[in-house]
Design a protein around this ligand. Structure first.
Ligand code: S3P
Length: 426
C-alpha cells in the first residue's frame, strides 16, 4: 500500500493530539504495580503502548475500558504472576526495556521478543545494569532480543550512569530499583525525558555536572488517576508543517511541554519559527500548553550537535524536514544513536532525502545538506519506521508528487495521523 500526499496551501484550525507515548507506557506499568484501581484518560491507543498493555495482561494485570478511560486493576508491587507465554513487545523498545526493569525483580522467568526491527536493537545497555543488580539475562550473541530474564528478589541496589544517554535505560534501572535492597541511583550529564521520575515523585538533583535520581527499594506505588497529555513528539509534525507552509496558523491543544521534551521547539524558535505556548498549566505533574504555530521565514543554518541529540532524539527527522522546506542548511552530528532506532534513521533519512533530489552528505554520526536543493517528488520508503513516514508526509505537503510506502506504520505512535493531515491542511 502507498499514500500520495496532496499539496497544501496552508494548515489551519486546531488539533487535539493523541496521548503521549512515553507517559502512556509508564502510566500502564506504574498503575499495574500499584495496589488498586487507577483510571487512565487519554491513554495512547497506538500499537506501542498496546504492546505494553498486552504484556502486562499476560503478567496477570486486568484492564477495563470505556469510551474515555482505561481502568487498570493493579496487583501491587509483588502481585505480578509468571506468564504462560513469551511476551511480544512488537515494535516497541520502550515496552521491552522498561518491562525488563520490572521483570528483573520478579521471582520467575520471562522471555521477551519483538518484531524484526526490535530484535535487532541494542539491549546490552539494559542487560548490563540489570545483571549487575542480580538478574540473570540471556540475549542473542549480538546482545539483542529475544531476552530471557530470570528475576531475583531482592535485587542489589546500584549506581548507574548509562554510557549512552537514554530515558529507557534510566527508567529500566529505576523500575528495577523498586525491587532492590536499598537506594538505586541513576546519573546522567544531560537530563533525558524525566516522566518516570515525575510519576514516582523523585526529583533529580544536580551535582558535580550530573543529574542524579534515586529510588528506594520496596516503596509502595499508590493507585491514582492519570491524565495523559497530548504527545509533543506527534505534535512536532504539525509544528513543522505550520512553521514552513505559508499562510498557516494552527493551534495544537493540550500538548505536553515538559522541558525534557521541548528542545526542538527552542531550536526552531531560535531559527525564526513563530511558536507560542499558551494556557500553560500542570496536570498530573506534567506541564501542558496549547501550542500556537504561525508560518514564518526560517533562518538557517540549523546545526545540531551531540549535546542537542538526547534532548530531541525523536524529533530530528522532523526538524531536518523543517530545514529542508524552510530552505535552511542543515547538519546533525554526534547522533550515532539515530542508527539504533526503529530503523537506522541516519540511513533512512539520507536515502529518502536523495529521493527528493536533496544533495545530502552521510556521516557515521549524522547527515547534512545545503540550502539550495531542486526538490522533486518521489516514492518514500520508511521501512516501517513511523517517524520517518510522518516526517516525509509533511515534506509532501510542500513538494509535489511525494508518496509514502506502508503508510499504516504511523499507527505505532500516532493513530489518526492521516485524518489530522486531512483535517488541518487545505
Ligand atoms: C523513550 C526514550 C527514547 C525515545 C523513545 C521513547 C522513552 O529512547 O527515542 O521513543 O519513552 O523513554 P532512548 O531511551 O533509547 O533514547
Amino acid at each position: 500500500m502507498k499514500k500520495t500526499i496532496a499539496l497544501s496551501k496552508g494548515l489551519h484550525g486546531q488539533l487535539d493530539l493523541p496521548g503521549d507515548k512515553s507517559i502512556s507506557h509508564r502510566a500502564l506499568i506504574l498503575a499495574s504495580l500499584a495496589q488498586g484501581r487507577s483510571p487512565i484518560s487519554n491513554l495512547l491507543g497506538a500499537a506501542d503502548p498496546s504492546s505494553t498493555r498486552r504484556c502486562l495482561g499476560r503478567l496477570g494485570v486486568q484492564f477495563h475500558e470505556d469510551a474515555a478511560t482505561v481502568l487498570v486493576h493493579g496487583n501491587g508491587l509483588h502481585g505480578l504472576r509468571a506468564p504462560n507465554v513469551d511476551l511480544d513487545c512488537g515494535n516497541s523498545g520502550t515496552t521491552m526495556r522498561l518491562l525488563a526493569g520490572v521483570l528483573a525483580g520478579q521471582p520467575f522467568v520471562t522471555r521477551l521478543f519483538g518484531d524484526e526491527s526490535l530484535n535487532t536493537r541494542p539491549m546490552g545497555r539494559i542487560v548490563d545494569p540489570l545483571s549487575e543488580m542480580g538478574a540473570r539475562i540471556e540475549a542473542s550473541s549480538k546482545r539483542t532480543a529475544p531476552l530471557l530474564i530470570e528475576g531475583k528478589r531482592p535485587l542489589k541496589s546500584i549506581t548507574h550512569q548509562p554510557p549512552t544517554p537514554s530515558a529507557q535505560v534510566k527508567s529500566a534501572v529505576l523500575l528495577a530499583g523498586l525491587f532492590a535492597d536499598g537506594e538505586t541511583v541513576v546519573r546522567e550529564p544531560l537530563l533525558t525525558r524525566d516522566h518516570t521520575e515525575r510519576m514516582l515523585g523523585v526529583a533529580p538533583t544536580w551535582n558535580g555536572g550530573m543529574h542524579s535520581v534515586a529510588i528506594q527499594g520496596g516503596r509502595t506505588i499508590l493507585p491514582q488517576q492519570y491524565e495523559i497529555p497530548g504527545d509533543v513528539s506527534s505534535a512536532a509534525f504539525f509544528v513543522v508543517a505550520a512553521a514552513v507552509i505559508p499562510r498557516s496558523q494552527i493551534l495544537l491543544k493540550n500538548v505536553g511541554v515538559n522541558p525534557s521534551r521541548t528542545h526542538f521547539l527552542s531550536i526552531l524558535q531560535n531559527h525564526g519559527a513563530k511558536i507560542l505556548e499558551q494556557n500553560k498549566r500542570v496536570v498530573c505533574g506534567e506541564p501542558i500548553a496549547d501550542v500556537l504555530v504561525t508560518s514564518a521565514e526560517l533562518r538557517g543554518p540549523i546545526h545540531l550537535r551531540q549535546q542537542d541529540v538526547p534532548l530531541m532524539i525523536d524529533e530530528i527527522p522532523s526538524v531536518a524536514v523543517c530545514a529542508l522546506l524552510g530552505a535552511c542548511e542543515f547538519e546533525v552530528r554526534g547522533a550515532e544513536e539515530l542508527r539504533a532506532k526503529e530503523s537506522d534513521r541516519i540511513s533512512s533519512m539520507v536515502k529518502n532525502l536523495k529521493v527528493l533530489g536533496v544533495k545530502v552528505e552521510e556521516y557515521t554520526d549524522g547527515f547534512a545538506f545545503g540550502n539550495k536543493n531542486q526538490l522533486i517528488g518521489g516514492e518514500i520508503d520508511p521501512q516501517g519506521d513511523h517517524r520517518i513516514a510522518m516526517a516525509f508526509a509533511i515534506a509532501g505537503l510542500k513538494i509535489p508528487g511525494v508518496s509514502i510506502l506502508g503508510p499504516q506504520c504511523t499507527n505505532i505512535s500516532f493513530p489518526g495521523f492521516w485524518e489530522c493531515i486531512q483535517k488541518s491542511a487545505y
